[in-house]
Design a protein around this ligand. Structure first.
Ligand SMILES: [Zn+2]
Length: 310
């Protein structure tokens, strides 16, 4: 029987717990709305109860080996607590790792949510990419990079801030909240797309933009083309920096606006570059919104594996 692990995905709106086997199969899971305030005790108590509920549904399985948690924020150097979480300030400073160890008795690993999602996507591929980047496009743009089976960590346990690569150098490029102009995030994150759609007299809901594009609406076609041009610039830049052979694109925007991912991938394919791996796969996520949950559990499995072989 496969070893089993616990995945926890703490998101800005929803938090989930799952029992996951070593092959990434979800055996039981629970979801709730993430609290918007408090001292974190409500959240941890829900995690503890959800874990026991899931465990009760999988009592024919061996005891879980460890817990992996994906959190939306900056982790302290030892990865035992979150030091900054813009959307969930109440978890800042919360000793989350120690609290979960105490309540479940299981070894626990914290990681950035984007890293967890990237690892989930990496493990979900039939043939593991040698050099893979993962972009998640939602309210913002997050990214992680996996090179030769290892997560690249050089800034806050991640591969830097790839959502802020500059893709539009024109003087009227939109200003990003980071202070620069023309960052990928300021161009293709959900709020940026909604603003661009409104400026073009289009509906600002992603599903409606996708529908208008499929119906051949000239405004929607032009919008997708512009967004895809920016995204393709970022994909090529990332490829030139990390020599990636695969870039996986996930997140709410990618799920609801698949035409954008397809159009950007086509642009990447059509761009001549002797430095571009052939073929560079720019592809949608395989696990959809389960990437982070499954990835957190499989990262815990990796940490245990690494500890046993070191
Ligand atoms: Zn920026």
């Amino acid at each position: 029987m496969q070893a089993i692990f616990v995945g926890i995905d703490i998101g800005g709106t929803h938090t989930r717990v799952a029992i996951v086997d070593a092959l990434g199969r979800v055996l039981a899971d629970r979801s709730t709305e993430t609290p918007t305030g408090g001292d974190g005790e409500d959240l941890v108590r829900w995690l503890e109860n959800a874990y026991h509920t899931c465990r009760g549904e999988t009592d024919n399985c061996p005891d879980p080996v460890a817990i992996g948690v994906g959190v939306p924020g900056v982790l302290e150097p030892g990865r035992s607590a979150v030091v900054r979480a813009v959307n969930l300030p109440f978890i800042e400073g919360l000793p989350l790792k120690d609290m979960l160890v105490e309540r479940t008795g299981l070894t626990t690993f914290l990681d950035c949510d984007t890293v967890a999602a990237a690892w989930g996507e990496y493990c979900a591929r039939e043939k593991s990419p040698q050099r893979m980047a993962y972009l998640t496009i939602g309210t913002g743009v997050g990214a992680a990079v996996i090179l030769d089976g290892e997560v690249l960590r050089h800034t806050h346990h991640t591969a830097g801030h790839l959502g802020h690569v500059i893709c539009d150098t024109s003087t009227n490029a939109p200003e990003c909240h980071c202070g620069a102009r023309g960052c990928l995030e300021s161009l293709i994150a959900g709020p940026a797309i909604a603003a661009a759609a409104r400026a073009a007299d289009l509906p600002d809901e992603l599903d409606k933009i996708e529908l208008a594009f499929h119906e051949g609406d000239p405004g929607a076609t032009k919008l997708i083309d512009t967004l895809a041009r920016h995204l393709a610039v970022a994909l090529l830049d990332i490829t030139h920096i990390y020599a990636t052979d695969t870039i996986v694109i996930g997140g709410g925007v990618a799920h609801r606006l698949p035409s954008l991912v397809r159009a950007a991938a086509r642009r990447v394919d059509d761009t001549p570059s002797v430095l571009k791996p052939v073929p560079l796969c720019a592809e949608p996520s395989a696990l959809s919104d389960y990437s982070g949950l499954v990835g957190a559990a499989l990262l815990a499995a990796k940490h245990i594996r690494d500890a046993n072989t070191s």
